[in-house]
Ligand binder design. Structure first.
Ligand code: PLP
Length: 357
């Protein structure tokens, strides 16, 4: 007989190497439980969780270099990216708007373009997997409503040249959206130019349910000005508040409360310590893998892509290591908070044993 739901446990993070989700912070777990039945989509009725959402947005704004942020806690990076495209389309003057994004952009932009009926122009990256500014410039025209930059790409952890993309976008009369869904909690400590105070960024995705250590679901959409959320707002006649800008109606109070709790607990010192721990470990791992003769895409943030022989890739997966490939087949190892030196030593031991070295 199958065990009941109450008897089951979710998977352990022991061998999870490619996911961008992680073990939530204990304060986030507790807050999630306390706000399980609250709906931030109805902020006048659920005012306590609405206050927590405002606090979370303020702290996310601090992290991303924006003193007076506008935004909300989304269901994840996908919703935040869809809404960034949605706002750009609604604000565009063109009847036939397009979005220009590097090929490294997350597939959520494909969903956004399909849903919103805008053309997605995907342009090649440079030899090191970052947006190629000349290629972006060649694709931008008078109908471009949005240029997308990625700050921490899903496959290689690369940070695009955000200030150059912002200049290009503003010269073209377009908006700039930065997708820092995963990278955003590392970037304040890494020395990159990526946020609102580094460039003319209009909107930005940064997800508490990834490196932020909130519970799932908690993404983040931030905008420089009120216009962005106004462009998304619809009237809500049967709620106590007049309009709603989020894509979903009823939303997770657990995600919102957990985001506020994790940020209150960890911003900035806890996240700084995690960045330093994770980048040191990533650099060590890259050297270990390279030393074994496997071609490595050198890390910029805590993510290594490594080209393993196909049979070896499949063999380690067969032993329960959760490993996913890039579009060109390299294995991605994301050094998330649950990945420690012991995990990576066991992984390397498994590789050595299976490779017969
Ligand atoms: N943007 C980036 C850069 C990501 O890496 C991801 C997911 O890994 C997303 C957006 C989508 O986030 P979510 O899965 O929370 O919708």
């Amino acid at each position: 007989m199958q065990p009941s739901v109450g008897e089951r446990r979710s998977q352990s993070f022991d061998r999870v190497l490619s996911s961008m989700c992680t073990e939530p912070h204990p304060a986030a777990r507790a807050a999630a439980e306390a706000f399980l039945a609250s709906n931030p989509g109805d902020p006048a009725t659920y005012d306590a969780v609405a206050e927590l959402e405002a606090e979370a947005v303020d702290l996310l704004g601090e992290l991303a270099g924006l003193a007076e942020p506008h935004g909300y806690v989304t269901s994840g990076g996908t919703e935040a990216n869809v809404q960034a495209v949605h706002a750009a389309r609604n604000l565009a003057e063109s009847d036939d708007p397009n979005v220009v994004a590097p090929e490294s952009a997350h597939f959520s932009f494909t969903k956004a373009a399909e849903l919103l009926g805008v053309e997605l122009r995907t342009v090649p990256t440079d030899g090191d997997h970052r947006a190629d500014v000349d290629a972006v410039a060649a694709a931008v025209d008078a109908d471009t409503a949005l240029v997308v930059g990625v700050a921490g790409s899903t496959e290689y952890g690369r940070v695009d040249p955000i200030p150059a993309l912002a200049d290009l976008a503003s010269d073209a009369g377009s908006r700039l959206h930065v997708d820092a869904a995963w990278g955003g909690f590392h970037l304040p400590f890494s020395g990159h130019d990526w946020g609102f105070d580094d460039a003319a960024v209009d909107s930005l995705t940064v997800d508490p349910h990834k490196v932020g250590r909130a519970v799932v679901p908690a993404g983040g959409l931030l905008a420089r000005d009120a216009r962005t959320l106004d462009a998304l707002a619809v009237e809500t006649p049967y709620l106590e508040t007049p309009t709603q800008a989020s894509l979903t109606g009823t939303r997770s109070g657990a995600g919102v409360a957990a985001a506020a709790a994790a940020l209150e607990e960890l911003w900035p010192d806890g996240y700084r310590a995690e960045y330093e721990r994770a980048i040191d470990l990533t650099e060590w791992l890259a050297v270990e893998l390279g030393g074994r003769g496997y071609p490595v895409v050198g890390p910029e943030l805590p993510l290594v892509a490594v080209d393993l022989p196909d049979a070896l890739f499949e063999a380690v997966r067969g032993e329960g290591w959760k490993l996913a490939g890039t579009g060109t087949g390299e294995a991605r190892i994301v050094v998330m908070p649950h990945v420690d030196r012991g995990t990576l030593e066991s992984f390397l031991d498994a590789l050595d044993r299976l490779a017969g070295t």
